[in-house]
Design a protein around this ligand. Structure first.
Ligand code: 48H
Length: 259
């Protein structure tokens, strides 16, 4: 059978264009494809909420691929096992309340489930700003990561979204832009980013969940970003808090959209 390069090229351009055009207006835009973002994307999509995700890197998965110090196993505590079960990730008990999973299986399986539930992912795209109106964050300003890396002076494009979730991890990049450029205060004790604290796993895992919420009208934080914004400690390679945080942020937004 004949294979024609121009048809191959045309197929990619047409399909990608369709997907991008269909994503210009969405219910939820997630920034960052780490574990918390992927889990949020899964639950939102499963509830038929139109959800898109932007990931700066070529691969999604964030900090989960490398487990702890590149030993590619993750630890998950008992309370997060229902999320692993829902997502079909296999796990093994290590000690009372400590379970482990293969980091590679976890990333691949969660990502696959999220995409099959309907999440649209754009990799190699960076979020550099938000779209704002008087009262809320209402979208994202995006550009190719390659433009960002090469420091080319190329203007970005914009997508509109009812809610934005910052799951950019330690750097909490979307919230950082809002603090710098959008009038108003964050919903934190000091009204701004409190900053991540040093390692204290037990406390951090609880706080990650407490801190998963709407931080500014239209803007939610989840995962490591939630801790960084609210001044919680880090927790190292235990991932239950990330999974539960992704689930919680999805539930909060589902409640807002569907009542
Ligand atoms: C597009 C962006 C941008 C941007 C960043 O760091 P992540 O894995 O995030 P979480 O919160 O889901 O998981 C945190 C976890 O991996 C971790 O680091 C833990 C548990 N640490 C504990 C400790 O003590 O260190 O993923 C964030 C993703 C990454 O893939 C980034 O590339 C991406 O967000 N990202 N994507 N536009 N501006 N900024």
């Amino acid at each position: 059978m004949e294979l024609n390069e121009i048809t191959i090229t045309s197929a990619i351009i047409d399909r990608y264009y369709q997907r991008l055009k269909n994503s210009l207006v969405s219910d939820v835009a997630i920034v960052g494809g780490g574990p918390s973002g992927l889990v949020a994307g899964y639950y939102l999509s499963k509830h038929n909420i139109k959800t898109i995700m932007f990931e700066r890197k070529l691969s999604i998965g964030g900090g989960m691929w490398g487990g702890g110090m590149q030993f590619n196993e993750i630890v998950v505590q008992k309370e997060a096992l229902p999320v692993l079960e829902e997502l079909d990730v296999r796990y093994t008990q290590y000690a009372e309340n400590y379970y482990t999973a293969d980091a590679i299986e976890a990333v691949c399986t969660i990502a696959s489930k999220a995409v099959k539930a309907g999440l649209t992912i754009f990799n190699c795209m960076s979020v550099e700003d938000v779209m704002m109106r008087e009262d809320k964050v209402c979208g994202l300003v995006i550009n190719w990561s390659a433009v960002d890396i090469a420091k080319l002076h190329v203007d970005p494009l914009t997508v509109q979204s009812t809610y934005v979730i910052d799951t950019t991890g330690h750097d909490t990049e979307v919230v950082r832009v809002v603090v710098k450029k959008v009038p108003g205060k964050l919903n934190t004790p000091g009204g701004t980013i409190e900053g991540e604290k040093s390692m204290w796993a037990e406390k951090a895992e609880k706080l990650t969940l407490d801190n998963t919420r709407e931080i500014f009208p239209g803007l939610f934080v989840a995962g490591m970003a939630a801790n960084a914004v609210f001044g919680g400690p880090r927790m190292g390679p235990i991932f239950g808090g990330m999974l539960l945080s992704g689930k919680k942020v999805a539930e909060e937004i589902i409640k807002k959209i569907k009542g």
